[in-house]
Design a protein around this ligand. Structure first.
Ligand SMILES: *Cc1c(COP(=O)(O)O)cnc(C)c1O
Length: 420
């Protein structure tokens, strides 16, 4: 049985793959055997990553310490090779974005600057189902400043019987916290439900009460179109091993709005990579901040993980960047929705919002007969790579860079056989 369903007039997966201008990009990746639908957790390996890394190993072997200073790939400037591409993915200017550290580290470093509680304004607003690392980071920042999370951590949650957050509830919670609200820390895309939050509205609402806004873009960067600068977001951080395919533990991204990057009154944890290059190697102990987000850097940057990320960003450029990827993603979402309803009807529900502007490529599927765990185990046994998230959701993400319409079709067929 192949795709198409009963209608006949509807295009099949093969038709859609044949018409897909990005279909060949898949060949730029190594995909594990089976159907890889878990790029929301760890993106696939860009084949060229091997060359990019080998180049740096060779440079190390041939140049030793001089690799820091020699040529276009000089390691002391290597992070700068990533800046333009990362900035374009999140809608930022080059002086607003830097590749550094890991996601949770960056959240902490940015909160050092942007969470400055006072007796009146001390609250952080997060979601009640925040990714644990974000929850821990916010909670520990509150304690670090001598406040108590029971009074300073405000959480928002879906209405009873609902899976996702209401835009109105988020904005009301912000308005309600008012002058007690120091920081809003929310995801761009919710990791469990796949819901895209209205980042611009949230930013406006937070600024209206005098609060600062930071977004965790772990599930948003490389998945949806983002305009951090124009939305006036204060700061953001994201990992690159999900939709940006940098590999396990890859280097993360950080954004600070241009309004803040040269503000030397912001408290900041300092390291030598944040001082001006011209004087850095004179080893003076006077901090001379780089006039960009690079002044938040602490340490000389991890070149090998940045090399794998470059390989991936070059493929994303070749594909036409986020607009082209999102256009394909929307076609895949339309196809996936159609196949799910044709094949499975109400035996499986997707808790991800239906409206395109409220979702990225990730689906959060719930098997309605309560046998989600068994179904997930059988999917695994059938070499469908997806993931299980407690309490009862199977996450699958067709990633437009390397997933085909045929992957989606085969997944739906296997799911259908498994749920039966
Ligand atoms: C993936 C993810 C993380 C992981 O944090 P690391 O510091 O990269 O380990 C944190 N928060 C969210 C929302 C995530 O989706």
């Amino acid at each position: 049985m192949t795709s198409g369903g009963a209608g006949g007039a509807q295009p099949t997966a093969a038709d859609l793959d044949a018409a897909d201008p990005l279909a060949l990009i898949r060949d730029d990746f190594d995909l594990p055997e089976g159907i890889y639908l878990v790029g929301n957790s760890l993106g696939a390996l860009p084949k060229a990553a091997r060359d990019y890394v080998m180049t740096e190993l060779d440079r190390w072997g041939h140049l030793g310490v001089e690799g820091h200073f020699r040529g276009k790939l000089a390691w002391k400037d290597y992070h700068g090779l990533l800046t333009e591409q990362l900035a374009s993915l999140v809608g930022a200017h080059a002086d607003e974005v830097v590749a550094m550290n890991a996601l949770t580290v960056n959240l902490h470093l940015l909160m050092v600057s942007f969470y400055r509680p006072t007796a009146i304004r001390h609250k952080i607003l997060i979601e009640s189902h925040a990714f644990p690392s974000d929850h821990f980071a916010a909670e520990s920042q509150i304690r670090h400043h001598g406040f108590d999370p029971t009074t300073s951590l405000v959480t928002i949650e879906p209405r009873p019987g609902h899976e996702t957050l209401h835009r109105k509830d988020i904005l009301e919670a912000i308005a309600h916290a008012g002058e007690t609200l120091a920081l809003v820390l929310l995801p761009g895309v919710q990791y469990y439900t796949g819901q895209v939050l209205p980042m611009e509205d949230i930013t406006n609402a937070a600024h209206a009460v005098g609060a600062v806004v930071g977004f965790d873009l772990a599930h948003a960067a490389g998945n949806i179109e983002i305009d951090l600068h124009d939305w006036d977001v204060d700061f953001a951080a994201w990992c690159t091993y999900k939709y940006l395919n940098s590999g396990p533990g890859g280097v993360a991204g950080a954004f600070v709005h241009r309004r803040h990057v040269t503000d030397q009154s912001l408290p900041k944890f300092l390291g030598w990579w944040g001082t001006n290059q011209a004087t850095r190697f004179e080893m003076a102990t006077e901090f001379d901040a780089i006039d960009s987000v690079e002044s938040w850097q602490l340490s000389n940057a991890p070149v090998l993980p940045m090399a794998t990320l470059r390989a991936s960003l070059d493929i994303i450029d070749k594909a036409g960047g986020m607009p082209a990827l999102r256009a394909k993603s929307e076609r895949q979402i339309g196809y996936f929705d159609r196949r799910l309803s044709e094949a499975l009807g109400d035996r499986v529900t997707n808790i991800t919002p239906v409206a395109l502007q409220e979702r990225g490529c990730q689906y959060a599927l719930r098997v309605t007969n309560g046998e989600g765990r068994r179904v997930f185990a059988e999917l695994e046994a059938a070499r469908v790579l997806c993931d299980w998230r407690e309490p009862d959701v199977i996450r699958v993400a067709p990633v437009p860079l390397y997933n085909s319409f045929t992957d989606i079709d085969r997944f739906v067929q296997i799911l259908d056989e498994t749920v039966r």
